[in-house]
Write a protein that binds this ligand. Structure first.
Ligand code: 6GU
Length: 245
């Protein structure tokens, strides 16, 4: 058991907090080991060049293959049973979801390759695929300057799913997106605040009524905010809530 994560980036300071706070809790327990690497250590010219102009022309710069090749040579010399997983963070990738986070949480070795500029020379992805499981993952349909924030977000979502990292496993299952529904609204004391009342059912002590109310709220909220989740086939197919909408 235990998860080893390496992140390769030209902005290691951006991800330094990962090595400290996030790793701190889990690292002490030996559950997770996170290391951040500067890609430029594998660029050997005077200016540690990592990019160049695109063949065929066009705007922007492309990340050169050689530094990436050396980075993977250094980081993929694994001692483990299963092949390491290499995650390329790119807006052209598969959308990141809780299901993808669950998959990644089951791995023992993940290397994040953070792309910058217009992307990484395609031959890097093709070559790594011969010695690792390659995933190209996007954080969502919007443009960031680079994959660093994506690697940070994915790591946080994955690490908290590693068994033993969080105290209470049942609190994970009840969360937003684990059951395909958004979360119901929550309330705490005082029961009356600035003329606004907590829904009386939550003060009733009737646990069945409370569960039914929460379920209804979650379904309404999901239908309103995320019609894409409601109409996704198979998710709601086994449930009897679709007619209620
Ligand atoms: Cl992974 N990278 C960049 N550069 N932009 C993104 C992204 C990734 N995901 C969404 N936008």
């Amino acid at each position: 058991t235990g998860l080893r994560i390496d992140v390769v980036t030209i902005f290691p300071d951006y991800l330094a907090p990962l090595e400290l706070s996030l790793a701190g809790k889990a690292r002490d327990k030996g559950l997770i080991d996170i290391r951040v690497h500067d890609l430029r250590q594998w660029a050997h010219d005077r200016h540690h060049t990592v990019d160049d102009t695109p063949y065929g022309g066009g705007a922007g710069m492309v990340m050169k293959p050689e530094p990436w090749g050396e980075a993977f040579d250094a980081l993929l010399d694994h001692e483990g049973d299963d092949r390491p997983t290499v995650v390329f963070t790119t807006p052209s990738g598969q959308p990141f979801t809780q299901a993808v986070a669950r998959e990644l949480a089951g791995k023992e070795r993940i290397v994040f390759a953070c792309g910058r500029y217009e992307g990484i020379d395609q031959r890097v992805i093709d070559e790594v695929a011969t010695r690792a499981e390659v995933r190209e993952i996007s954080l969502g349909d919007y443009v960031l300057n680079g994959g660093e924030v994506a690697a940070l977000a994915i790591t946080e979502a994955v690490v908290r799913l590693v068994p033993g990292f969080m105290g209470n496993a049942s609190s994970l299952v009840e969360e937003s997106h684990e059951d395909g529904l958004l979360e119901y609204p929550v309330f705490t004391k005082p029961s009356s605040w600035r003329g606004l009342e907590v829904p009386p059912v939550l003060l009733s002590g009737d646990h069945a009524a409370i569960a039914a109310w929460r379920r209804d709220q979650a379904v309404r909220r999901t239908a309103e905010r995320r019609p894409d989740l409601v109409s996704a086939p198979s998710l709601f197919d086994d449930l009897e809530i679709r007619p209620a909408l």
